[in-house]
Design a protein around this ligand. Structure first.
Ligand code: C5P
Length: 288
């Protein structure tokens, strides 16, 4: 949060309030679909963590609410009411103003929470800017919004609204790969035929990425096979991550991640994948 006092030439003081927040990429290390509610929404059991990269939300007080979008992955991101940033702002009521800029560094429709992370960061920033409590029922903005409000490793159940703490995860050096295909979530859930699957196992207490990667490999992402059936290039991304300790798709895709031994191995693997697929989005990062 940046609170600056600006001294004008005529010597009166004006307080300019501006707030910046990072909307970190959400990663589903596991994603078990355990049932379906009568309203069609699916029950999930997922271990969620966050990468140390994200979009940036900057805002300052203004008479009216406005949104501008820039950054390397801004193309195709709506600036109108379809954008979750504006929908999040509207939850505080229609009368307050803020000039919001979203700097897009994460691909959208990518399974790493882009829209939900942006919405959550907007809620937190506006609560600070306007000195208001967070609105209730934020899950209606998106299933990943509640978890993105606390960007740390959490177990997510229900439709995304039941969160519980897990033992601290080990250092998780990782590579994120998106083969630059946008995947819409509803068709992926629709393509999942078996809705009632076993829940996730107990998250182990361990300090070693190798041990943790083995546990992850015993769990599942039930949306991975349906997503690949819709978008087969997801399998190419998983194949490219094959040298990692363990690789899997996040959310409903198409972004996949690979856990690696250390930071050097993430950089090396990212370089190799970029060399073969210069058009893909490839990032060496850390999860926590
Ligand atoms: O909440 P979010 O916008 O991420 O969800 C997009 C779509 O994914 C929903 O409209 C719904 O079709 C599906 N979905 C679901 N069960 C969940 C979360 C999402 O069926 N728990």
């Amino acid at each position: 949060c940046l609170k600056k006092k600006v001294q004008s030439r005529s010597d009166w003081q004006m307080t300019v309030n501006s707030v910046r927040r990072t909307a970190r990429a959400k990663v589903n290390l596991t994603l078990h679909v355990t049932g379906q509610r009568a309203d069609g929404y699916h029950l999930l059991d997922s271990l969620v963590c966050f990468a140390d990269i994200g979009d940036f939300i900057d805002m300052r007080e203004a008479d009216a609410l406005s949104l501008s979008v820039d950054g390397p992955l801004a193309a195709g991101v709506p600036t109108d009411e379809r954008n979750l940033v504006l929908q999040a702002a509207r939850l505080f009521g229609a009368d307050k103003g803020a000039a919001i800029n979203l700097s897009k560094h994460l691909p959208h429709a990518a399974g790493i929470g882009g829209g939900s992370a942006d919405a959550a960061a907007t809620l937190l920033a506006l609560a600070e800017l306007w000195d208001l409590p967070l609105p209730e029922d934020v899950v209606r903005l998106g299933a990943d919004v509640p978890v993105c409000l606390s960007p740390m490793a959490l177990r997510m159940r229900g439709v995304g609204d039941e969160l519980s703490v897990v033992p601290p995860l080990p250092e998780l050096p990782a590579v994120l790969v998106n083969p630059r295909v946008a995947v819409e979530t509803p068709p992926v859930f629709k393509a999942l035929t078996q809705k009632e699957n076993a829940p996730m196992g107990v998250v182990p207490e361990c300090a070693d990425v190798g041990v943790f990667a083995k546990w992850c490999a015993e769990q599942r992402n039930d949306l991975q096979a349906p997503a690949i059936s819709i978008e087969p290039t997801i399998q190419d991304a998983l194949d490219a991550l094959e040298p990692a300790l363990f690789a899997r798709m996040s959310g409903s895709g198409a972004t996949c991640f690979g856990l690696c031994e250390n930071a050097d191995s993430t950089k090396e693997l990212a370089k190799t994948i970029r060399g073969k697929h210069p058009d893909w989005w490839v990032v060496a990062t850390n999860f926590s």
